[in-house]
Write a protein of this length. Structure first.
Length: 511
């Protein structure tokens, strides 16, 4: 059987990444499947990041002159290259992050989808014509390219998050400098190679339109601090966003923050419990609980609590945990030891707060000692306290009981995060209240499905400590452009707005 290291090498070579990019560097990349080293990349320095920003600035000045539908052609070609590379890149995502095979492929499909969306968008960057109070005047609103967009991304969607930002930024006329997670540089190198093939086919892409910079926080900070980067899109923990958001704001830059979630589902008395069970299982245990939208809190009406939680306990006890590329397992490994330790700490805190923990132990037989597999944990909590109000990036589902709908809504909204939420109900009054202004306070509110698994067509993001940013579909593109309002006087007089008079003595030169 091919080892993960050998397979990674084969995949990277097939994707066109030169061996010098993933061997011989000082940062060791490990696969969470077995813990073994699968690459050694060279980090960029903060000075290298500054140089990349300089090149991106020059590229922006050329790219903004290219008509938007032609910019869309580059993104269309990128989508074609991603289609051709889907099998290999999807597999590489699984090797580097530990996702099951279909989720690795799904991540690449999401990249293809956003390229299709952005290609169409390149002909739809509409502005407005606005009625003006002044005679012989016209007023309009235009959207112009913003400049260099800095993208900082998290480990758990190592390539899709880049594409959500970059596909929009390219059609909007911006250049992109990307710092991926230091845990996932290999998939980023593959994206760099795929992009360069699209750029070659396009011809005439300015040098520096897209630059990948590798490294940890210090390299990201170079993007955050640099006034030549008007837009910083940062995806990761709330702790990171608190620092990045403040620093970008200090220099009056714009940040698109996509931070931690603590997503809940409410199960009402009218819910279809079989459907709910399947949806909860995927949302809470899929991706080993390492999605920003993973289901972390289940708020169940007391009339259906015993039936639903009884069934859930059986599903939790039987779900297969193991190497998703060599077994049929639905739950793969946690990214690293720190993630496993964080999970155990949260479970201990839950016990201290009166919780009853089912599952959560390490599955040592699933992989070598250096790999961290854990059984997903279901935790019955007496109240929403302690670890329940924090995001632990692991497969822990806290279960709470409610009796009145208002109480369920208060629990759903009673955490600092505001990314995603859902309700299971067939009572239309409860459904409508949940999605109304008095309902869920999250950026995403689903009905009869879990909180995870968003499509690219909608704007993605959340409120409160999730950061308030929106990416991907709908009109999220506006964050990558600058808005300009222009009033044009085509008359021979100078009427002032609000009827203001300011008649100066022009010495009789007026007509
Ligand atoms: P992380 O915060 O540890 O790192 C994210 C990225 O930020 C990395 O590239 C890291 O190097 C960089 N970084 C950290 N500190 C920085 C600083 N001060 N300046 C500049 N860059 C800095 O997150 P992670 O462990 O990779 O990912 C998991 C977290 O990401 C979870 O909280 C999850 O909910 C969140 N997430 C959110 C979304 C979303 O769309 N809301 C999507 C995916 C992941």
């Amino acid at each position: 059987m091919t080892s993960p290291a050998a397979e990674t090498r084969q995949l990277l070579e097939a994707l066109g990444v030169p061996a010098s990019r993933f061997t011989g560097g000082s940062r060791t990349v490990r696969t969470p499947l077995t813990g073994e080293a699968i690459g050694a990349v060279k980090d960029d320095s903060p000075a290298g990041a500054k140089a990349a920003i300089g090149k991106a600035q020059a590229a922006f000045e050329a790219w903004r002159k290219v008509p938007a539908p032609q910019r869309g052609e580059l993104v269309r070609l990128l989508g074609e290259e991603l289609r051709a590379a889907k099998t290999e890149l999807g597999r590489l995502v699984s090797l580097e992050v530990g996702k099951i095979a279909s989720e690795g492929l799904g991540e690449v499909q999401e990249m293809i989808d956003i390229c299709d969306f952005a290609t169409g968008l390149s002909r739809q960057l509409y502005g407005l014509t606005i009625a003006t109070e002044r005679g012989d005047h016209r007023m309009m609103e235009q959207w112009h390219p913003a400049g260099v967009v800095g993208v900082i991304s998290a480990f758990n969607f190592p390539v899709a998050v880049w594409s959500w930002n970059a596909a929009l930024a390219f059609v909007c006329g911006d250049s992109v400098v990307w710092k991926p997670s230091e845990k996932t540089p290999l998939t980023a190198l593959a994206v760099e190679a795929i992009f360069s093939r699209a750029a070659k086919r396009f011809g005439g892409v300015p040098d520096g339109l897209f630059t990948l910079i590798l490294g940890a926080r210090e390299v990201g900070e170079a993007l955050v601090e640099d006034p030549r980067v008007p837009v910083v899109s940062a995806t990761g923990s709330t702790a990171m966003g608190r620092i990045v958001g403040e620093r970008v704001a200090r220099r009056f830059g714009r940040s698109i923050l996509e931070l931690g979630g603590n997503n809940a589902s409410i199960v009402t008395p009218s819910a279809d419990l079989d459907l709910a069970l399947r949806a909860i299982a995927f949302a809470a245990m899929g991706t080993a609980g390492q999605r920003c939208t993973s289901l972390r809190r289940l708020i169940v009406h007391d009339s259906v609590y015993d039936e639903l939680v009884g069934k859930l306990k059986k599903v939790y006890a039987s779900i297969s945990v193991g190497n998703p590329l060599t077994t049929e397992s639905l739950v793969g490994p946690l990214i690293d030891k720190a993630a496993f330790d964080g999970m155990q700490k949260a479970l201990e805190e839950a016990r201290k707060a009166g919780g009853t923990v089912h599952g959560g132990a390490r599955v040592t037989e699933a992989g070598p000692q250096e790999a961290y597999y854990a059984r997903p944990a279901l935790v019955e909590m007496p109240e929403q306290v302690g670890p329940v109000v924090n995001e632990t990036f692991a497969p822990i589902l806290y279960v709470l009981k409610y009796s009145e709908f208002d109480e369920a809504l208060a629990l759903q909204n009673g955490v600092p995060q505001g990314l995603s939420s859902s309700i299971f109900a067939t009572d239309m009054r409860e459904v409508e209240r949940f999605v109304s202004a008095q309902g869920s306070d999250c950026g995403i509110a689903n009905v009869n499905m879990g909180p995870s698994g968003a499509e690219i067509g909608g704007a993605f993001g959340g409120e409160k400590e999730t950061g308030g940013g929106r990416e991907s579909g709908s009109d999220a593109w506006k964050a990558y452009m600058r808005r300009q309002t222009s009033a044009i006087n085509y008359g021979r007089t100078l009427p002032l707005a609000q009827g203001v008079k300011f008649d100066v003595d022009d010495g009789g030169t007026s007509p």
